[in-house]
Design a protein around this ligand. Structure first.
Ligand code: GLC
Ligand code: CA
Length: 559
């Protein structure tokens, strides 16, 4: 029935660490590498196989490390290269692999290449970046940066603009220049030689730009949308195949491309099973299910997506990548609000049960699952009561543009949007225990701790056999034990239901049936009527025949 090529990263569960918010070891209020090393036993207990580490390279932190000024050094706030080596070695000794974030669509404007590049038009590094002459005395086109404002920054020194798809301190590298590719591939090889186990590639779908640099369609009445001309550009697959030939194929790596704007057709190329590009990609469609209809402006909204819209997207990816490419599975990461708040129900009565339901729904699908720090505790969105409490450059810039400069949105609505979908929701400190600052730091945390840490924390979760943590632990163990969860073919069930997300997984004679009630009310479900099944996991101890209780999830294996 199924002859998928088996390999370790298809069978693995990944845990993402956002180092700034994970564990501080020296009281400066910022998480660091020794902090991570000290928490490895916790991750071992959870049972994950791989850590994806958000960037730890040298950086002036305009975008918390996604603006790199030296790819071969460690951010001062996080420690030293010796701390890194120690973390890597300890993790390996414990059987945990480490995947690095690879941010090569852009560098920091403080990277030596850019410092040189901006000096003069004939500097040898000039063509490492994308420079354009003004158009009628203004920006070369109407593109809006992902962090608000124009995507072009004028540079006095040479009278030209450089492109920055993100902040103006993140100039885009010019991948057309073979020297840039050589530098990037050398740097990747250097890390591979150090013994790391893979790369998560930041906005890798954006490295090839449309060489015509045309205006984009109107976005918010202020700027144009660059995405049709920067995502999945004309040479992106050529570049990745070159990267694969020159670096990736020489090591045994997990690779996952963050692929903004990726379609299924494109993903079939990026993550082709022939292994010529990447292992898998992160797609965004299930994160964007609201944007089209319900946003206040841009990505900003106060609404929740419906289960059926999320299901339509995920089912489509499950079915259409079958036999062609490998899926990644995620609800949460450092750029998204907390899953239990966004897709589940974070009220006191339903937080735990709905977090477990979401976990079941995702972890029984086909693909490699990713857990974002704190998701295994059912950590929730926080409440920012003023923009002064926010730290994320995306939130701060959007607030300035939409509230202060253009009065498109009121301060109150914008703050509610930030509390709903802002990235800082994921970046509040990891909640370790109920002591001051949730045990994250003995100093003053760089971003405020979610006040619910007294009840929602790792210590409490470890003591409670029914915690969200224990449930994730079980899901991970099941995936390790049962090939049907990894390799079974996916088939949707009950697709007309507005309340229940159900599907089955098929491998040889085995049939795994999964059903999840996404509502807070009792719902009919007759999928488990057949006798002889073995329940693998559920978030309820007893079941009502023919029904699913509020947020009930069940996975039953029929052989
Ligand atoms: C990716 C990262 C995000 C960052 C952006 C620019 O989307 O996940 O955190 O701000 O790229 O590097
Ligand atoms: Ca620290």
């Amino acid at each position: 029935m199924n002859n998928e090529r088996r390999c370790w990263w298809k069978e693995a569960v990944i845990y993402q660490i956002y180092p700034r918010s994970f564990q501080d070891s020296n009281g400066d209020g910022i998480g660091d590498l020794p902090g991570i090393t000290s928490r490895l036993p916790y991750l071992k207990e959870l049972g994950i196989d791989v850590i994806w580490l958000s960037p730890v390279y040298r950086s002036p932190n305009d975008d918390n490390g996604y603006d790199i000024s030296d790819y071969r050094d460690i951010m001062t706030d996080f420690g030293t290269m010796a701390d890194f080596d120690e973390m890597l070695e300890t993790a390996h000794r414990m059987g945990i692999r480490i995947v690095m974030d690879l941010v090569v669509n852009h560098t920091s404007d403080e990277h030596a290449w850019f410092v040189e590049s901006r000096r003069s038009k004939d500097n040898p590094y000039r063509d490492y970046y994308i420079w354009k002459d003004p158009r009628d005395g203004r920006e070369p086109n109407n593109w809006e940066s992902a962090f608000s404002g124009s995507a072009w920054q004028f540079d006095e020194q040479t009278g030209m603009y450089y492109l920055h798809c993100f902040s103006r301190k993140q100039p885009d590298l010019n991948w057309e220049n073979p020297k840039v590719r050589d530098e990037v591939f050398d740097m990747m090889t250097w890390w591979c030689e150090k013994g790391i186990d893979g790369f998560r590639m930041d906005v890798i779908s954006m490295i090839s730009k449309d060489p015509r640099f045309p205006d984009g369609p109107d976005k918010d009445g202020i700027y144009g949308d660059m995405s049709p001309y920067v995502c999945n550009g004309p040479r992106v697959h050529e570049y990745l195949r070159e990267m694969n030939r020159r670096v990736l194929s020489r090591y045994d790596l997990l690779t996952v491309g963050e692929a903004a704007g990726v379609t299924i057709e494109e993903a079939q190329k990026y993550a082709n099973l022939d292994g010529s590009e990447l292992g898998m990609v992160f797609q965004f469609e299930h994160m964007d299910t609201l944007q089209a209809q319900d946003s206040v402006v841009g990505k900003w909204t106060t609404r929740k997506p419906s289960m059926s819209s999320v299901r339509a997207v995920l089912n489509k990816w499950q079915i259409q990548l079958e036999g062609k490419a490998w899926n990644s599975l995620y609800w949460d990461n450092h750029d998204q609000p907390r899953a239990v708040s966004r897709f589940g129900n974070d009220s006191d009565s339903f937080r735990v049960i709905s977090a477990k339901m979401l976990a079941t729904c995702l972890h029984m699908m086909k693909g490699t699952p990713y857990i974002y720090q704190g998701e295994e505790l059912g950590m929730t969105n926080t409440v920012f009561s003023s923009i002064d409490e926010c730290r994320d450059i995306e939130e701060l810039n959007a607030y300035r543009q939409y509230v202060e400069e253009h009065s498109l949105v009121s301060a109150d609505v914008m703050l509610r949007c930030i509390n709903t979908v802002g990235r800082d929701n994921a970046r509040t400190p990891m909640q370790w225990d109920d002591s001051a600052n949730a045990g994250f730091t003995t100093g003053r945390p760089w971003i405020k701790v979610n006040p619910n840490y007294r009840t929602v924390n790792a210590k409490a979760a470890l003591e409670d056999p029914d915690s969200v943590f224990r449930y994730y632990q079980k899901l991970i163990r099941l995936r390790h034990e049962l090939p049907v969860i990894v390799y079974g073919m996916f088939r949707p069930l009950m697709e007309d239901s507005e309340s229940i997300y159900a599907y089955e997984r098929l491998l040889e004679t085995q049939r795994l049936v999964v059903a999840c009630n996404w509502t807070d009310t009792l719902q009919p479900c007759s999928l488990f009527e057949r006798s002889g099944g073995r329940e693998l996991i559920s978030n309820y101890e007893t079941h009502q025949k023919g029904m699913l209780a509020p947020y009930e999830a069940r996975a039953v294996l029929y052989e």
